[in-house]
Design a protein around this ligand. Sequence first.
Ligand code: KG4
Ligand code: ZN
Length: 352
Amino acid sequence: MTNIAQPSIAPLITLGIESSCDETGIAIYHSTKGLLTHRLYSQVEMHAEYGGVVPELASRDHIKKLIPLIDKTIGDAKIQKSDINGIGYTAGPGLMGALLSGAAVARSLAFAWQIPAVAINHMEGHLLAPMLEEDKPDFPFICLLVSGGHTMLIRVDDIGQYKLLGETLDDAAGEAFDKTAKLLGLGYPGGPEVSKLALKSNTERYKFPRPMIDRPGLDMSFSGLKTFTRNTWLDAVQNQDNSEQTKAEICRAFEVAVADTLRIKCKRALEQENLNTLVVSGGVSANQEIRNRLDLLMQKRHGKTFYPRLEFCTDNGAMIAFAASKRLQAGESKNLNFACQPRWSLEELKAI
Ligand code: KG4
Ligand code: ZN
């Protein structure tokens, strides 16, 4: 049950805990001084040998890492535990076991320290991450949220006022990058690997389709593009053309097709909503080709694009601490009963 109390005006020092997938992220956000400190422990190496995240291993590792990482982060911030007066934790969407690990630690600390705790939606964390930067977007804006599990276009009128304009009907953009990397025998996570290899391409030998651009609306689809990529690679292998250079050309064609599709859909969303501010966040927003194309689009429109700094594109505790700080300041907190939601739509969130 969510209680909305009177908005608080005293400075809040919020501990943020992120554990929705394969990263344990901890941060401390001060409501007037901003982000004090953050730490991240990535399980990427552990999951790499399986080519993707193994949920049970992820939960067990979060349990081991959470408390030591919280201790170190508090030490880095040069504050006492007793200075912390609010906690925010990711309660979904994500892997159930991983979410419960962070939620149980957060709720237990809140109970022991007698302070409020608030359940944060991971996608809201990503969406608000650019607001951790000095140059922040003003509301309203269009947000392109591109992560490993989601690809959405959202109209954002304020914190908690989210209207879903379009989303992927199948694979998320990040998922398509990851699957493409796996198919080509590259490492995990696939996005940075595909992009690194794409830089070695020096021709535009392949042109891949831009899915769903000829249909009206703002929904997207990336699974056909992934299949097109697979067929192109299998043809190349059959023709004994499976060199690193061919792989690089395929990575480039794939990356450009994703970037161009996102550009076309963003342009359409901005026109439809009559807005000229674009926020791009989530792991895939680290991609330079996508950034270049969206920046060019916004330059032509005399608008502006906002991104999180690179380390806050992918999962981190800072974005959770920030969202929690805003919600706690608005007086939102949860009682001791808690639940996590592997699926949790942004449109269900309360405006603050
Ligand atoms: O936001 P995130 O850390 O986790 C989720 O909430 O899903 O996003 C992870 C996704 C992965 O699919 C990863 O391959 C992708 O972001 N990613 C990238 C890049 N860096 C991370 N995709 C394309 N280019 C990148 N540079
Ligand atoms: Zn994420």
